[in-house]
Design a protein around this ligand. Structure first.
Ligand code: CMC
Length: 374
C-alpha cells in the first residue's frame, strides 16, 4: 500500500482536460486558454461552453446556450414552495445545498446518468442556482422573489433578481468577470467531492449537493465571507496594522491568504485586485481597497503567503451590493460550471474512486462481555 499523505497534498487523483494550474508560475488555464485572456475577452457563458465542450463556441452556439440557460432559470413551483418553508435565519449556503438536493425531485431526468441527460442537467443547474440564491435572499428579507429575465445574461440576471433593478452594465460585467475567474480550478475540494459522488454513478444533483456542502467550509469557498467580515471588523485603513499584527502574533489564519497549490500570487487575485480598485473608486468606497492593500502588504511581508482568489473577491462582491453571507453562494453560481464539467468528464471514463486508509488502531484485542467491563 502506498504511503499516507495528509490532506492528499500533491496526490494526483484524476486526469483532466479542464484546467491547468502552475502553482510556481502563478498560471491558470481553462482548456488551453489563459485566465487573463478569458477574463478580458470572454463572457461567463462562453467559458461555460468552453469547459463543457472543449472549445470556444461559434456565435450561433453561444446564442443557443444563452437561450437554453434563459429557458431553464425559472424554478418549479414545488421547489419555490420548499424555499418558502425555510427558516429566514438559515445560512444561505445551507439553503442552497438543500434546494439543489430538492431540485432533483422536480427534474424529469434526475435519475438518468447518461452523458446526454447529464449535459442537459448541467445547463439546468447552472441556470437555476442563481435563481435559488436570489429567491432565498428575497424571501428571508420578507420580499417576493423576482422572476428571472430571458434577455439578461447570468451575471446581470442575478443582480436583477436580487434587487429588482436592471444593473449598471459595468457592475454586471464585473460580476461576469468574477464568474469567469472562479468557474474551474483543478482538483479543489468541492470538485473532488463531486467526482467521488459521480464515481459511484450517483446522479448529477447528488454530485452537486456534495460539492456545495464541501464548498461551504471556511478553508474553501467560505473564505470570501470570512475575508469580508475581517475587513468590516477592521473598518478603517489606520486600524489595519494593529489588527493584523495581533492576529499573526496569536497565530490566527488570515482568510483569503495562502493556497495549497499556488506558491506565488494566485493569477485570479491579480485580476480581482485591479477590479477591486476600479469598483471601489467607482462606488465611492475606496477604503475597502485601501484596507485590503495594507493587509496584503503586511501578510506577504511577514508570512510570505499571498492573497488567493477569495481575498479581493470580498471587496468586489461587497461594493456590488452582494450581502456578505451570499459571497459563498456567488462562488457556487460560478463553480457550478466547473463541477458539472468534471462530472461529465468523470462519467465519460468512470471508475469508482475508492482510496484506502492506513489503519493505525489496535489489533487482536480480546472481547470482554459487557457485564465484565470495568
Ligand atoms: N494565514 C496565516 N497563516 C497561514 C495561512 C493564512 N491564511 N495559510 C497558511 N498559513 C500558514 C500555516 O499556519 C502554516 O504555518 P506553520 O507551518 O507555521 O504552521 C503554513 O502556512 C502552512 O499551512 P497549511 O494549512 O498546512 O497549508 P495548506 O496547504 O493546507 O493551506 C489553506 C491551504 C488554503 C487551507 C490555507 O492557506 C488557509 O487556511 N488559508 C485561509 C483560508 C482561505 O483563504 N481559503 C481559501 C483557499 S483558495 C479558494 C478556495 O479553494 O476556495
Amino acid at each position: 500500500m502506498s504511503t499516507f499523505i495528509k490532506g492528499l497534498e500533491g496526490v494526483v487523483v484524476a486526469q483532466s482536460q479542464l484546467s491547468y494550474i502552475d502553482g510556481q508560475a502563478g498560471q491558470l488555464i481553462y482548456r488551453g486558454y489563459h485566465i487573463h485572456d478569458l477574463a478580458t475577452h470572454s463572457s461567463f457563458e462562453e467559458v461555460a461552453y468552453l469547459l463543457w465542450n472543449g472549445r470556444l463556441p461559434t456565435r450561433a452556439e453561444l446564442d443557443d446556450l444563452k437561450h437554453q440557460l434563459a429557458l431553464n432559470r425559472q424554478l418549479p413551483n414545488g421547489l419555490l414552495a420548499i424555499l418558502r418553508s425555510f427558516p429566514t435565519t438559515a445560512a444561505p449556503m445551507a439553503a442552497l445545498r438543500t434546494a439543489v438536493s430538492a431540485a432533483a425531485m422536480f427534474d424529469p431526468e434526475a435519475e438518468d446518468v447518461s452523458l446526454e441527460a447529464s449535459r442537459r442537467k448541467a445547463i439546468r443547474l447552472t441556470a437555476q442556482i442563481p435563481t435559488i440564491v436570489a429567491a432565498y435572499e428575497r424571501l428571508r428579507r420578507g420580499e417576493e422573489p423576482i422572476l428571472p429575465r430571458e434577455d439578461l445574461d447570468q451575471a446581470a440576471n442575478y443582480l436583477y433578481m436580487q434587487t429588482g433593478q436592471v444593473p449598471d452594465p459595468e457592475n454586471a460585467r464585473a460580476l461576469d468577470r468574477y464568474f469567469i475567474l472562479l468557474a474551474d480550478h483543478g482538483m479543489n475540494a468541492s470538485t473532488f467531492a463531486a467526482r467521488v459522488t459521480t464515481g459511484t454513478l450517483a446522479d448529477m444533483h447528488s454530485a452537486i449537493t456534495s460539492a456545495i456542502a464541501t464548498l461551504k467550509g471556511p478553508l474553501h469557498g467560505g473564505a470570501n465571507q470570512k475575508a469580508m467580515e475581517m475587513l468590516l471588523e477592521i473598518g478603517q485603513p489606520d486600524k489595519v496594522d494593529d489588527y493584523i499584527k495581533r492576529a499573526l502574533a496569536e497565530k490566527r489564519r488570515i482568510m483569503g491568504f495562502g493556497h495549497r497549490v499556488y506558491k506565488t500570487e494566485d493569477p485570479r487575485a491579480t485580476v480581482l485586485r485591479r477590479m477591486s480598485k476600479e469598483l471601489c473608486e467607482k462606488m465611492g468606497a475606496t477604503k475597502w481597497y485601501e484596507i485590503s492593500r495594507r493587509i496584503e502588504e503586511l501578510v506577504t511581508t511577514e508570512k510570505k503567503i499571498y492573497p488567493n482568489v477569495d481575498f479581493y473577491s470580498a471587496s468586489v462582491l461587497y461594493v456590488l451590493g452582494i450581502p456578505v453571507d451570499l459571497f459563498t453562494p456567488m462562488f457556487a453560481c460560478s463553480r457550478i460550471v466547473g463541477w458539472t464539467a468534471h462530472v461529465l468528464e468523470q462519467l465519460a471514463d468512470n471508475r469508482l474512486i475508492r482510496p484506502r486508509a492506513e489503519y493505525v488502531g489496535p489489533k487482536d484485542l480480546t472481547y470482554v462481555p459487557i457485564d465484565e467491563r470495568g
